[in-house]
Design a protein around this ligand. Structure first.
Ligand SMILES: Cc1ncc(COP(=O)(O)O)c(C=O)c1O
Length: 478
């Protein structure tokens, strides 16, 4: 029997979550251990089952544990490496922030893979022409740049160029004063959290979601509320309605849900805007790959429908150009602007002048649009090759219909997660990189799925990769 001691401070579910967290972080509950069934633990500790369910949900949201296809809740691998081994002085967490930070699972940023065919998602399309064009822009910008502190909000020429870009491509009408230049989505999220959320307050995130955003919010101290998504995007009827549970904001990826790849329907967009107006809270729209659409009739950004000033739009150049640039932008309702600027000023004073000047010129001179046209044409070819290869070599996969982005989702109906693990292992041994979708969930679905990125391989490589996938699937049948 698992011995857990509640410390008597705060709500019962918080006490239980704390006790479970302690047991996991100390190693008393090792990776892979199954937590007691909720009913059993409730009886043992004389708590209501709801209290136990809420505590389990909290530790799952913190990624200390995860549910596995209805078979129970299992402890995740948590970094327990002693700080000394990482070259640090061994001290306990020095702040509540550090305490939360240390509890988060490690996220390894991807490095070059040695696989023959790596279907890694999240990689942008890169070509030599872009590298050459960018080098020229940078050196011209370095020659022109004023070397004083740049304005906190970002250079006016870049903000004006961003306005024209999002107006033309995403239907977002704004002026240069509405734009704040930031160091990518990641900085945007931490500025928004600081301005809108106090420790312990709820923030709604999509289920599934992008882990780095969830981690930034959890480290800030937000209480994450995962809200399910379906074929129409976030399920608005599942958003919290009780007065003390209303999230400070709802974080969504309407154009191409990350990672499930669906597009939010118009009805859901309207319902979500209605929810924010009714509860006087906010929506953060992460439009990370909104520039890439392969079929006509793609929907503009959610922000373009927002007549009540509820949407904080976040754009990034990480997908449309490359992530090493670390540039993005926030288009916020005027009522939040000066607080966001205040937070940005205290964070880093502003983004670098040379990159901003180069980017402004790249957009204004049409270089960015040329790159996007070329990238979209090549990505369309790659996506077509991937879909055709899957139809031929892996017809049993259930492909999620999607119209944009740089990855697709394929479900494996009737499979178990254990069988999927075997497939991933077999594929890796044969030089094929496959990535499961379930690590992006707090409560993974019982059907396993794959995230198949197509931006990093040519059409010919994708044809070969899908043939190899077909062979791996055939091995599984034997
Ligand atoms: C959902 C989502 N949003 C945003 C980003 C980009 O983040 P950043 O702008 O910080 O590079 C990514 C990158 O993979 C992502 O998956």
């Amino acid at each position: 029997m698992l011995h857990l001691e509640l410390d008597g401070s705060g709500a019962r579910y918080e006490q239980l979550a704390r006790a479970l967290r302690k047991a996991i972080v100390s190693g008393r509950l090792p990776a892979g251990a199954r937590l007691p069934p909720t009913r059993e633990l409730a009886t043992q500790l004389r708590l209501s089952r709801n209290t136990v369910l809420t505590a389990y949900e909290i530790i799952c949201t913190e990624q200390l544990a995860r549910t596995r296809g209805g078979s129970g809740t299992y402890v995740n691998t948590v970094s327990r490496e002693p700080p000394a081994a990482r070259g640090q002085t061994q001290v306990g967490p020095q702040s509540r922030y550090t305490e939360r930070l240390r509890r988060l699972p490690a996220v390894t940023m991807r490095s070059a893979s040695r696989l023959r065919y790596d279907l890694q998602y999240g990689e942008p399309y890169l070509d030599a022409a872009l590298v050459t064009a960018w080098r020229k822009e940078l050196s011209a910008a370095a020659a022109r740049a004023r070397l004083r502190y740049p304005p906190v909000q970002g250079l006016r020429e870049l903000r004006a160029a961003i306005c024209s870009h999002v107006g033309r491509r995403r239907g977002v009408i704004c002026d240069a004063d509405d734009v704040i230049v930031v160091h990518g989505t990641q900085q945007a999220v931490s500025l928004i959290a600081r301005v809108l959320v106090d420790e312990g307050q709820p923030v709604a995130i999509e289920e599934p979601h992008y882990p780095l955003v969830a981690h930034a919010l959890a480290a800030h101290g937000a209480r994450l509320v995962p809200v399910p998504t379906d074929a129409d995007g976030i399920v608005c009827s599942a958003l919290p309605g009780a007065p003390d549970a209303i999230p400070r904001f709802v974080f969504v990826t309407p154009s191409h849900q990350f990672p499930a790849a669906v597009e939010m329907s118009l009805e859901r967009r309207q319902a979500l805007l209605g929810y924010a107006s009714m509860h006087d809270n906010w929506i953060v729209e992460d439009d990370y790959d909104g520039e890439f659409r392969y079929e006509p009739g793609a929907t503009p950004a959610l922000r373009s429908l927002d007549s009540d000033g509820r949407v904080i739009y976040v754009g990034t150049f990480s997908k449309a150009l490359f992530p090493a640039l670390r540039l993005g932008y926030l288009i916020a309702p005027p009522s939040l602007r000066s607080d966001l600027l205040g937070a940005k000023r205290l964070d880093d004073l502003s983004c670098g002048t040379i990159e901003q000047l180069a980017m402004a010129r790249f957009i204004a001179d049409g270089g960015f649009d040329r790159h996007l046209r070329k990238a979209a044409a090549e990505l369309r070819r790659r996506r077509t090759a991937l879909l055709a290869g899957l139809a031929r070599h892996a017809p049993a996969l259930d492909i999620v219909p999607s119209r944009g982005g740089m990855h697709i989702v394929a479900w494996l109906p009737g499979w178990t997660l254990e069988r999927l693990d075997d497939l991933l292992r077999n594929a890796a041994q044969r030089g094929l990189g496959l990535y499961p979708i379930h690590p992006h969930y707090v409560r993974p679905p019982s059907t396993p799925g794959l995230l198949l990125g197509f931006a990093g391989l040519s059409a010919a490589q994708l044809r070969a990769a899908t043939a190899l996938l077909g062979e791996c699937l055939a091995d599984m049948k034997q």
